[in-house]
Design a protein around this ligand. Structure first.
Ligand SMILES: [Zn+2]
Length: 176
């Protein structure tokens, strides 16, 4: 299996070996998710809360297709791995919907690795535009490369989104 690591979330070789062995052992696609949190302090209360929430949401969506789940803390901060018994492209399509439409979707990154090709499924594989930046709306990778936004600015936005989500959640609960 050959992995192109340059355009995937998992950049660390040892980590990649770990995921590679999982995929080949279980022979199913793998979903990897982390918070899009800048800087060194990626393991904190905010990122852990967001990952726990998103893990629940995604596990609910894929239901019985989820064959294995892992919650880990690595250099990426808290992250979730799900092995899902479903077509990799379908998983990717669902994860794009979450990234685009969920309040917290803009704060997370999701990669889906295909067990047949061993590659991460890309948005452009099915004609979709690249992700847009959640601050200025330009192509997200341009902003990342040009370091257009400060860590503080990004972290503040993640805080706001989390607040928005939890307030909305409790309002709905009270109305019930
Ligand atoms: Zn931007």
């Amino acid at each position: 299996m050959v992995y192109k690591t340059n355009d995937t979330l998992i950049q660390n070789d040892a980590e990649m070996q770990f995921y590679k062995s999982l995929i080949s052992r279980l022979n199913m696609p793998l979903l990897y998710m982390k918070v899009n949190y800048p800087g060194k302090n990626k393991d904190n209360l905010l990122t852990n809360s967001i990952m726990q929430l998103m893990e629940e949401i995604i596990t609910d969506i894929f239901g019985m297709h989820v064959k294995m789940r892992l919650f880990r803390i690595t250099e990426d901060g808290p992250n979730v791995t799900l092995v899902i018994d479903k077509d990799a492209v379908d998983i990717k399509k669902t994860s794009i919907l979450i990234e685009n439409n969920h309040v917290l979707g803009r704060c997370i990154d999701i990669d889906v690795y295909d067990n047949f090709t061993g590659q991460a499924v890309c948005r452009k594989d099915f004609g979709l535009e690249q992700r847009t930046c959640f601050i200025c709306g330009d192509n997200a990778s341009n902003c990342l490369e040009a370091q257009r936004h400060s860590d503080d600015q990004i972290i503040r936005l993640i805080h706001e989104k989390y607040k928005e989500f939890t307030e909305d959640f409790y309002v709905k609960k009270l109305k019930r």
